[in-house]
Write a protein that binds this ligand. Structure first.
Ligand code: MSP
Length: 669
């Protein structure tokens, strides 16, 4: 085992009195992003998450559910573990605070601080909020005896007991000195200032034990007391390293590189109590502690509770899968993208189901989908699917370099939304480059060298985008890389090497385009709910009426369900299987192909708007489905005697075919 220090990133350990939602899902996702990003940058990594199980509120939630506390917390811990696995969060360790390894470490901390004199006995009389698991002094509490935390406002309990106290007040100056000497320690800056103000007010010693009511980690040698849940919980970051028993693993991991969390547990706990505990233990402090803002649910806002109305992240993924038809793992990637892209990291963001779906359509279905598909489709059409030997455009290279620099700066700053914005800036830029350079016109004019340069540049940009989105959307990145014919596409690329401009080797075969993120057609219909919406079937539409230009703008959203038709009306359609005999491009029409088809008893000509997706050679001998009794129609001087059926996926035509070979002319019912 190597003893190099790993990049060690942690989430808060979540209370198991509730289910995972996109709030806890977001913090865990940020850690997954950082782990993947640092691994691509060559670091060995370790990503810890887990559950905080010794809280009184967990015990109370178990009582309410009529289940033994351990059974109750085990069920919920498994639910968190499953949820994070389903979201493709690659955690290396999942710690539960009821595990013996944690209990041993917490009791050892207690023993050490008791013998060093950092803990002392005293009488505690004051208020306790079970929901926040926090003590309050008389002077903090108003006559209403409700929790002073505006987000909570639950009734407080009066507590009077003999407890152990931690000499937090002795660490104020050392904490301030450390914060001043290490400006990156507490992030973002404005929250560091809150911490400084909090410490300067004067720190009070903290009560770190409670009466033992049958749940919690017992104080060593004093079984009538348990250790205060926050004192216990913070130690998880250390106990998960194997401290104090596994020296080697501890050295590999500690100090943590980043403790990630939201703002409510930053000032008092992670930026003050925890560093002071580590100072008392004479252990190094974490390198960085970062707090992001909250996802605020619309329902929650009204109730003054931030998590009201926040969905489970896998519920979001199922909804996107159902609405769009995207594959399950790509729908998960879409949610990962949307959670990071829609959050304003240093502040709060109100969760809106509708904004998520809209951004899915604009960023993923349209911008990213179009770039990937158009690029590989054109390489298919003009270069037989082989990456042409060419020079990547230097100006685009400079644009990409500056986007990469912005991306890296944003990640350093924990502004993952801005990092993804930088990646999508490359996508938007390339879609404009394609419009401006019009590869289809270059092809027509026979400017092969220029065409090769433009398309190579596009492929190269898609490759760079696949690297940049990798930490957020690993499955999508892999799919893009497979499409580009990159060997070992499923291995995370090495950051610096993969971001060299012009890295894509020529000659490799690109795949036929397939839409990764089909467009969602019905945002309007169920935009306000967060519950999964009913399945939306893909539109199947005739493709012989192309729009004049080759960009594939998304079709307008369909908000109304189609009216039903009778069977008799349906029976009027003469749908048949036909075999494609010959295919040619249509002069002056970039989207159209002219197909000669065998209908069994006769041969016909039809026009189809599928040139962007299919090359003539690919279609020859294919079986297709056509409307055989459609009135003939002239397009570009050619009479189309029927209509081919294709699925319309994000404005791209995917032709329908019988599953097994059938004779040409077979009727379709
Ligand atoms: N158990 C403590 C943490 C102990 S860490 C040593 C706790 N648990 S919690 O279940 O309440 O989780 C709080 C954390 O979950 C937040 O700090 C944040 O990381 C995440 N989030 C919970 N709700 C959230 C939002 N609405 N928005 C963003 N993050 C949210 O506190």
């Amino acid at each position: 085992m190597s003893t190099d220090k790993r990049y060690y990133v942690t989430t808060p350990i979540y209370y198991v009195n509730g289910r995972p939602h996109i709030g806890s899902g977001l913090t865990t996702l940020c850690c997954d992003f950082l782990k993947r990003y640092q691994a691509m940058r060559g670091r060995e990594t370790w990503f810890l998450t887990g559950t905080d199980e010794n809280a009184t509120k967990n015990q109370e939630a178990a009582q309410e559910a009529g289940v033994e506390p351990l059974e109750f917390v085990t069920g919920l811990a498994e639910e968190f573990r499953r949820a994070w696995g389903a979201m493709n969060y690659a955690f290396d360790d999942f710690i539960r605070t009821t595990e013996p390894r944690h209990v041993r470490a917490v009791q050892e901390v207690f023993r050490r601080l008791r013998s060093s004199g950092d803990l002392y006995r005293g009488m505690y009389e004051g208020w306790y909020c079970v929901s926040d698991e926090t003590f309050f002094r008389d002077s903090d509490v108003k006559d209403d005896r409700l929790c002073p935390n505006e987000e909570c406002r639950k009734p407080l309990r009066r507590v009077q007991e003999e407890n152990w106290f931690f000499r937090l007040s002795a660490y104020g100056d050392r904490l301030l000195a450390h914060i001043e000497a290490n400006p990156d320690f507490l992030q973002p800056d404005f929250r560091r200032n809150e911490v400084i103000a909090f410490i300067k007010q004067g720190l009070r010693d903290a009560s770190v034990t409670r009466a033992n009511n049958g749940w919690g980690i017992p104080v060593p040698d004093e079984p009538d007391k348990v250790i205060y849940v926050w004192f216990d919980a913070l130690i998880n970051y250390l106990s998960a390293t194997g401290w104090p028993e596994d020296e080697q693993r501890y050295r590999e991991l500690w100090p943590a590189d980043v403790h990630m969390m939201a703002k409510e547990i930053f000032v008092r706990f992670h930026a003050t109590l925890w560093p002071a505990m580590l100072m008392a233990l004479d252990l190094p402090l974490p390198k960085q502690v970062y707090a992001h803002g909250w996802w605020v649910g619309s329902e929650g806002k009204k109730e003054g509770k931030r998590t009201g109305g926040l969905p489970h992240p896998m519920e979001m993924a199922a909804d996107i899968r159902q609405r769009s038809g995207a594959a399950s793992d790509l729908a998960v990637d879409a949610v990962r993208y949307l959670l990071l892209r829609e959050m304003v990291f240093h502040g709060d963001s109100e969760f809106s189901h509708e904004s998520f779906l809209r951004r899915y359509n604009t960023d993923l279905a349209n911008d990213l989908g179009n770039l990937g598909n158009r690029t590989t489709a054109m390489v298919g059409r003009y270069f037989a699917g082989k990456v042409p030997a060419a020079e990547p455009d230097a100006e685009v290279g400079a644009f990409v370099r500056s986007a990469v620099a912005d991306y890296e700066a944003a990640v350093r700053d924990f502004r993952f939304n801005m990092a993804l914005e930088s990646a999508m800036r490359v996508v938007a830029h390339m879609n404009k480059v394609i419009e401006n350079r019009a590869p289809w016109a270059l092809a027509k004019q026979g400017k092969t060298e220029e065409l090769a340069n433009v398309l190579y540049t596009c492929l190269e940009a898609v490759r760079v985008v696949s690297v940049l989105i990798y930490p957020a959307m690993p499955i999508t990145a892999q799919a893009l890389r497979v499409n580009l014919g990159i060997p070992d596409a499923t291995v995370a690329p090495a950051w610096d090497e993969a971001l060299q401009w012009g890295h894509l080797p020529s000659g490799s075969q690109v795949a036929s385009p397939r839409p990764l993120f089909p467009r969602i057609q019905d945002i309007g219909a169920a935009a306000s709910e967060t519950k999964p919406a009913p399945t939306v079937k893909k539109e199947v539409k005739p493709m012989n009426t192309p729009s004049p230009e080759p960009a594939a703008p998304a079709p307008p959203a369909q908000s109304e369900a189609p009216a039903t038709i009778t069977y008799d009306e349906f029976a009027k359609l003469d749908l048949r299987v036909a075999k494609v005999v010959e295919v040619e491009p249509v002069p002056n029409a970039t989207k159209l192909l002219k197909l000669t088809i065998d209908l069994g008893a006769e041969t016909r000509t039809i026009l189809a708007g599928i040139a962007e997706m299919y090359q003539p050679d690919e279609l020859k001998d294919k079986l297709i489905v056509v409307v055989a009794n459609l009135q003939p129609r002239k397009l570009r001087g050619i009479e189309s005697q029927g209509m081919l059926l294709a699925a319309d996926v994000d404005g791209q035509a995917i032709i329908l075919q019988p599953e097994t070979p059938v004779p040409p002319g077979s009727k379709v019912r």
